[in-house]
Design a protein around this ligand. Sequence first.
Ligand SMILES: NC(=O)c1ccc[n+]([C@@H]2O[C@H](COP(=O)([O-])OP(=O)(O)OC[C@H]3O[C@@H](n4cnc5c(N)ncnc54)[C@H](O)[C@@H]3O)[C@@H](O)[C@H]2O)c1
Length: 338
Amino acid sequence: MDKLRVGVVALGTFGEMLLQTYSDHPAVDLVAVCDVDEARLEAAAQEFGVPGHFTDYRDLLAVDALDAVSIVTPDFTHTDIAVEAVNRSKAVLVEKPLATSLEDCDRIGEALKANPVPFMVDFHNRWNGGVPRIREAIEAGEVGAVQMAYHRLSDTIFVPTKMLSWAARSSVCWFLGSHCLDTLRWVLQDEVKRVYAVSQSRVLKGMGIDTPDYYLSVVEFRGGARALIENCWILPNSSPSVVDFKLEVVGEKATLYFDPSPERLLKLTAEKIATVDTYAGLPVHGRMVGFAVESIRHFVECVLTGRQPMVGFEDGREVTRVILAMEQSAREGRPVDL
Ligand SMILES: NC(=O)c1ccc[n+]([C@@H]2O[C@H](COP(=O)([O-])OP(=O)(O)OC[C@H]3O[C@@H](n4cnc5c(N)ncnc54)[C@H](O)[C@@H]3O)[C@@H](O)[C@H]2O)c1
């Protein structure tokens, strides 16, 4: 296969990022797009010159000349689209989280057993500079046994109140915690055995959006490492950046701190100080660059060369399993064993 013929289902904030990345890829033909929002669909199809546009994902997946599909619908709507895509032998790049129940994950797993197409969950922090460096340092024995870790991934309140119309049907745990869990599992090369999480619904609930403001989760790994994961959705909009990311790993022999915020561009105007994202995904000289772009390119390369991508179905399912345990722990006020 020389060129991958790709379709994108859902053209919201992240769908736009996928469209930009696919459209400047020399080995990709964007052949079809889908969104239930017709105005958004027509605007995107026109902007990116995509021949096929559909409001029903089943019509997009019925296009014969389609090798692969990106699923970028809200968190809790990935399953039916993924199952149908796999049944139709399309390679799949599904946004995180894979699904929000184990039953949904297993429906996708059953479809994959019958039809083992290339399948990737977009946990793109595996391409986020410092993350693979930390994993390599651990693998090289420089860190010794990991004792504890700290991972913060939080957003300003803009995200649940203005960016996502469906925030009340998901949570910061699914939207951001899923990334943290994949990152920690991958860096430590270990699986979670026990979680103790607390959450609070106050600020967002008071604004009519019934979803927790934050989750604080202590996560214990089988090999003995313990991690604190902090996911907050109510950082003030005056924060220098919409996203706040920190990763720290403390081992017997070394400690690593990854704070990518200095990589951002500081923009000072009369009204405020803001940072401009210069490393997740942005166009430079007409071509997308950044770690969020690299994971999409990895998917394209894998499908074109017949390899399974680095982040597979089992990774997505395991993250969903741990998040369900976090939710249960926060609800019941006790640690939960996996
Ligand atoms: N990898 C990442 O870091 C990353 C970043 C942001 C979002 N995401 C994920 O991407 C997904 C979408 O997030 P977003 O921020 O783009 O949301 P969004 O609300 O901006 O966009 C969602 C889009 O889906 C469309 N839609 C809803 N149901 C549909 C259906 N059945 N068929 C076709 N279109 C449908 C909506 O009209 C909307 O255009 C979520 O799962 C989110 O967690 C991943």
